[in-house]
Design a protein around this ligand. Structure first.
Ligand SMILES: NC(=O)c1ccc[n+]([C@@H]2O[C@H](COP(=O)([O-])OP(=O)(O)OC[C@H]3O[C@@H](n4cnc5c(N)ncnc54)[C@H](O)[C@@H]3O)[C@@H](O)[C@H]2O)c1
Length: 281
């Protein structure tokens, strides 16, 4: 067989082997550990509770120590396994500490949920200072880079796994004056794609999750700041299921699915869980 043909056959073999290995190992099995950022409340807390209930050891971090302790109490009350760390995911040192804590446990790290972010509304380009822009991009985009950077070597060493990056419908369709938040969440989608391509060889899937409106402190404080009800802001609850607000537990269920063995053919894309919000115009 000519050399070029041999090389082609070998490449095909390797690529098929890689695909199979992704199927066998690119998920979070029971007994492995998963890092959840922003786990002190809202979607992150619900995800931490759900993943622990599913048999994962959860390494939960947040800026908010009190919120983290509530999350830990909920997990422990449910006989789940977790540890909590107060950490700022915009700090490379704090991210390193979270990864070191995950590495020091008995359970191999197989998952990372990059969920922490800050909401930022009433901010168009002209009214946003550079300092505010940098703060929001750091919390909502750079944090994904930083936590992934320190977690990837651990997930790779464990034989593969999954990274879920929480984006937002604002990555696709937005409203006026959401400049830094929408830009960061769009960046999360692009980062997800390139990470998925880079990490497939290591049996690491990378997915973005695109929630619509979810009933969390982030959404409630947005309504309070605007001095309007959620309905006035365009989030009606009515007989039509489309455009109702999600419970954080529903989004946690979607995160659990993305980390699971049922999602081993999903990587580099975004799963929209928005109750039909993006279907409307
Ligand atoms: N709630 C919604 O309607 C909605 C919709 C779409 C997307 N999202 C996204 O879902 C994710 C969770 O949102 P939520 O509604 O639960 O928000 P939330 O504000 O209720 O909770 C976010 C948590 O992240 C933590 N956090 C923020 N910055 C941090 C930092 N630098 N380091 C560590 N922890 C930090 C906060 O302390 C808080 O506990 C975010 O990425 C958000 O953008 C939310």
């Amino acid at each position: 067989m000519p050399v070029a043909q041999l090389v082609g056959v070998a490449a095909q073999f390797l690529s098929r082997k890689r695909g199979l290995s992704m199927r066998r190992t690119a998920f979070c099995p029971v007994g492995s550990s998963v890092i959840v950022t922003g786990a002190g409340r809202g979607i992150g807390a619900a995800a931490a509770v759900r993943l622990a209930a599913d048999g994962l050891h959860v390494v939960a971090c947040d800026l908010d120590a009190a919120g983290l302790h509530d999350t830990r109490d909920r997990i422990v009350a449910n006989s789940g396994s977790c540890e909590v760390l107060t950490a700022d995911v915009t700090s490379p040192q704090d991210c390193q500490q979270v990864a070191e804590r995950a590495a020091s446990g008995a359970q191999p790290l197989r998952g990372l949920v990059n969920n922490a972010a800050v909401g930022a509304f009433a901010m168009d380009v002209e009214s946003t200072t550079l300092a505010e822009w940098n703060r929001i991009i750091a919390a909502d985009l750079t944090s994904v880079f930083l936590m992934s950077k320190v977690s990837i070597p651990l997930i790779r060493a464990a034989g593969g796994g999954v990274i879920v990056n929480v984006s937002s419908v604002h990555a696709y369709a937005t409203s006026p004056a959401v400049a830094p938040y929408a830009a960061a969440k769009g960046g999360v989608l692009a980062l997800t794609r390139t990470m998925a391509l880079d990490l497939a060889v290591d049996s690491i899937r990378v997915m973005a999750l695109v929630p619509g409106a979810v009933d969390t402190p982030m959404l409630q404080s947005h309504a309070e700041r605007e001095g309007k009800s959620l309905a006035e802001l365009g989030f009606p609850s009515g007989p039509n299921a489309i455009a109702r607000i999600a419970d954080p537990e529903e989004i946690a269920g979607t995160i659990a699915f993305l980390l699971s063995r049922d999602a081993t053919f999903m990587t580099g894309s975004a799963l929209v869980a928005d109750g039909g919000m993006l279907a409307k115009f």
